[in-house]
Ligand binder design. Structure first.
Ligand SMILES: Nc1ncnc2c1ncn2[C@@H]1O[C@H](COP(=O)(O)OP(=O)(O)OP(=O)(O)O)[C@@H](O)[C@H]1O
Length: 351
């Protein structure tokens, strides 16, 4: 692993009157798996399409393996791309779909077939090589598309929600396969998704994108435990983090009548962030009194939808309980895990 496989400097992309990305910067290291996650419309697909050369950029520079490519057509950029839908050539066999790009770039047939067979082995599609795409399941088609991308010589692969059309068990399996194949191929992967589980499972680093801006770029653990802002904290974690308004009385922080530990900052107000998994029932008289509105059993865990002071809704995630919780109870927050945010822009305040 050395050098940048992909570098974006001050990239601006406009679509119609819409500036989707402005002054966007990103460096992806060779061999890295970088996942960009963000809500619908945040600019994820636009970014990948600009890198692949499918849409032009208005300003800035894109380098792939050190070489500026923004003026090159897609075919000369040495990137492989995998979309939500596999986009295979329907009249060609799987083997021909895999070798097509290699042959178009002048590789001799025997060599192309050998490389395609190697990659097919990694992806466990060797038995499917003679079939046409329409005789494959959705997951098999996606594996062929991934194989085709892996066969690009540049080793940079752009993945645009490649698993989103698949059912949950198949998605989980292909996540694992992506990790395994990445290990075998040493490819650099830039993967976009709106699925936070996929981001957490697949990213060496995760970038959180919102309105075309990168809110944070960090390894998964830091994104979860040290989010830069309430927006990042809300995006990662399922269900989302509880945000509780605190007000200062003297030099202590309060939520209504409840005294809450908090940072020594100047402001009069801040937001306390407590993840659902950091709330649990307690007999402690200082624990917050809440009303149970709804209980949802997920399997090994269950969610409690609660109403607290000022009817604020809270969600608590618990291990599956043998009996339902009472309609009113007290709930204690694990303040060692608490996060604090500015009330206005949501920036995190160190505890
Ligand atoms: N041709 C276009 N003209 C103008 N605006 C566009 C065009 N295509 C997309 N946009 C806008 O650009 C923004 C980013 O779209 P993009 O498809 O990149 O988002 P995304 O993060 O990939 O979303 P999703 O997760 O829903 O696929 C959106 O606000 C979208 O409405």
């Amino acid at each position: 692993m050395s050098g940048s496989a992909l570098s974006l400097r001050n990239v601006t992309v406009r679509l119609g009157h819409n500036t989707v990305l402005e002054d966007f910067n990103l460096e992806v290291a060779a061999g890295e798996r970088l996942v960009l996650a963000g809500p619908s419309g945040s600019g994820k697909s636009t970014l990948l399409r600009a890198i692949a050369g499918l849409i032009p950029i208005s300003a800035g520079e894109i380098r792939i393996a050190g070489r500026p490519v923004q003026h090159l057509p897609p075919g000369q950029r040495a990137v492989g791309m995998v979309f939500q839908q596999a986009a295979l050539l329907p009249h060609l066999s799987v083997l021909d779909n895999l070798t097509f790009g290699l042959r178009a770039r002048g590789m001799r047939k025997a060599a192309a077939v050998q490389r395609a067979r190697d990659v097919a082995g990694w992806l466990e599609i060797s038995a499917l090589l003679e079939r046409r795409p329409r005789a494959l399941s959705g997951g098999e088609q996606q594996r062929v598309a991934l194989g085709r991308a892996l066969l690009r010589e540049g080793g940079l692969i752009l993945l645009d929600e490649p698993l989103s059309q698949l059912d949950a068990p198949l998605r989980a399996r292909l996540r694992e396969e992506l990790l395994r194949v990445h290990g075998l191929s040493q490819a650099t992967m830039l993967h976009v998704t709106h699925d936070q589980h996929e981001a957490m499972a697949l990213g060496d680093r995760i970038g959180i994108l919102e309105h075309g801006r990168l809110l944070q770029l960090d390894p998964p653990h830091a994104i979860y435990a040290q989010p830069h802002s309430a927006a990042v904290a809300r995006f990662i974690g399922s269900p989302g983090i509880n945000l509780i308004p605190l007000a200062r009385q003297g030099d202590r922080w309060h939520w209504g009548d409840h005294l809450v530990p908090g940072p020594a900052t100047e402001g009069r107000a801040l937001q306390l962030g407590i993840r659902p998994e950091h709330l649990k029932p307690s007999d402690d008289p200082t624990a917050w009194p809440v009303t149970l509105k709804r209980r949802e059993i997920l399997g090994e865990r269950e969610l409690w939808y609660l109403s607290g002071h000022d009817d604020l809704e809270l969600v608590a995630s618990q291990p599956l309980q043998p009996t339902p919780p009472p309609a009113t109870l007290r709930i204690a927050a694990d303040f060692d895990q608490a996060l604090y945010f500015e009330p206005g822009d949501g920036r995190r305040i160190p505890a």
